[in-house]
Ligand binder design. Structure first.
Ligand code: BES
Ligand code: ZN
Ligand code: ZN
Length: 483
């Protein structure tokens, strides 16, 4: 990640490979008006043009990005990232986006770190023509009159911590599934957590002893056994207790209810929820927020084999209830059920789970908006407000009343895992999860759409893993710690 610093230097005198300048009005065009005119820069939303400075400013390249008259934090986060991507080979940049306060400085710092993200671990190191790896952005200087204020420095530090969390989530999601099976993922989370938070990993033997039949049932078809990673951050001054649960299916083939080839192609992403909750927990700890966080990452590989769970099998879950499995591709709710039950046992004030749970949610809300469901209207509203502040698109969905009877309609077990009717799949899944939270106020984030960008990069969203959910969770923790 680039090192971001602050300076009161004027744009014209800032030394850098590239100067990213925000254009709100005619005044901002001064000095560049003929270049902007020739390039057809009208100032319309999302526009970005780059041209050699030719001595007009100290930087070699000028990157002009369009801004509205009064940009908000999200406008700035997006605009700077567009600028960063336009200055592809720059190793140092200066950023003149006219922040009007500390929140805006923080958003710009986030936009730089998130926009500069690339995933090139598996690219070969060819040099010269056809080279696959472009030079990396090393340093960025945000030009701002607030540069000397401690609050601004703190905001930049906060942005670095949060961006690091988003970017490691992206890395984990992008990692090929054969290289990130449950044990490897558990190791990666433990390594990232270091000594910042307490980590404990349950292997398959311990999972059996602890009666986690959901996680075991999903993982039993794979030669790579399941894991449950628990993270605990417990500062002495905690004013609230938040529990997080993440779906960590390192690859979702569908199991015996096997997916089609195209349906399976991107299913390495099915651990994005676990990645987000783990990375967010470490970020919350690094920020030193006065809130206790207990996090459960439920890791399993969903594979078809002679040892796999069959449709028709009954699993005995952590909370003592039994579940009739009817479609092994609806595996997320099974691993989450054990994670939610464990979370509820700790009697937290609030639970949030994050999961790439249903294709139906993508049908309902599109690829860029997550669904928010739960058992507590007010808490749902708080999560939505945190998402809005963080700049993540989320929208509420109901757990329709009729779902309760459907979920409890198994003829041979307590709960029925799958609704054979193809309607309201996202709501049914949430109704199933609700059975495991023990009435603790709970929100469920279905990130099936936004967790992965199948197209090319836009704004600060790269192609591939997006790290969605992390920023909302950190904002929520921040909000819960100031009550
Ligand atoms: N991992 C998928 C959901 C998914 C789909 C995530 C598309 C991201 C993009 C989940 O395990 C799944 O397969 N769900 C089924 C549920 C169905 C069998 C009730 C689905 O959505 O089709
Ligand atoms: Zn599935
Ligand atoms: Zn899945």
């Amino acid at each position: 990640m680039p090192t971001v610093s602050l300076s009161t230097t004027k744009p014209a005198t800032a030394r850098a490979d590239a100067l990213i300048i925000g254009i709100r009005n005619d005044e901002d065009r001064e000095g560049f008006s003929s270049a902007l005119e020739l390039l057809g820069f009208t100032g319309e939303k999302d526009q970005v043009v780059a041209f050699p400075s030719d001595g007009a400013v100290k930087a070699d390249l000028v990157v002009a990005v369009a801004l509205p008259d009064e940009p908000d934090a999200e406008d700035l986060r997006r605009a700077v990232a567009r600028g960063v991507r336009a200055a592809k080979n720059a190793t140092n940049i200066a950023v003149a986006l006219h922040p009007t306060g500390v929140d805006e400085v923080e958003a710009i710092a986030e936009g730089i770190a998130l926009g500069a993200y690339r995933y090139e671990v598996y690219k070969s190191k060819k040099k010269g023509k056809g080279a696959k790896k472009a030079p990396e952005l090393k340093t960025a200087t945000i030009l701002s009159p607030f540069a000397r204020q401690t609050l601004a420095t703190k905001a930049v530090e906060r942005a670095a911590t949060v961006s690091e969390a988003v970017n490691i989530t992206r890395d984990w999601v992008n990692t090929p599934p054969g290289d990130l099976r449950p044990t490897a993922f558990a190791d990666a989370i433990s390594a990232h957590a270091g000594t910042t938070v307490k980590v404990s990993v349950w292997d398959e033997k311990r999972l059996a002893k602890e009666r986690c039949g959901g996680i075991l049932g999903v993982g039993q078809g794979s030669v790579s056994p399941p894991r449950l990673v628990s993270l605990t951050y417990e500062p002495a001054n905690a004013v609230a207790h938040l529990a997080l649960v993440g779906k960590g299916i390192t690859f979702d083939s569908g199991g015996l209810s096997i997916k089609s080839g195209t349906g399976m192609a991107t299913m390495k992403i099915d651990m994005a929820g676990a990645a987000a909750v783990a990375a967010a927990t470490v970020a919350i700890a690094k920020l030193g927020l006065p809130i206790k966080v207990t996090t459960y990452a439920c890791l399993a590989e969903n594979m078809p084999s002679g040892s796999a769970t069959r449709p028709g099998d009954v699993l005995a879950m952590r909370n003592g209830s039994t579940v009739e499995v009817l479609n092994t591709d609806a595996e997320g709710r099974l691993v989450l059920a054990d994670g939610l039950a464990l979370a509820a046992e700790g009697k937290p004030d609030r639970i949030v789970d994050v999961a790439t749970l249903t294709g139906a949610c993508v049908v309902a809300l599109g690829e860029r908006t997550s669904g928010v469901l739960g058992n507590d209207y007010d808490f749902g509203e708080r999560v939505l407000a945190s998402a809005k502040e963080a700049g993540e698109s989320m929208w509420p969905l109901p757990i329709a009343e009729e779902m309760k009877a459907l979920v409890t309609s198994s003829k041979i077990a307590d709960l029925r895992q799958h609704n054979p009717k193809p309607y309201g799949g996202t709501l049914y899944a949430a109704a199933f999860l609700r059975e495991f939270v023990n009435d603790v106020p709970w929100a469920h984030l279905d990130i099936a759409g936004p967790s992965f960008n199948e197209g090319s990069a836009y704004d600060y969203t790269p192609a591939g893993g997006t790290g969605t959910g992390v920023r909302t969770l950190v904002k929520l923790a921040l909000e819960m710690s100031s009550k």
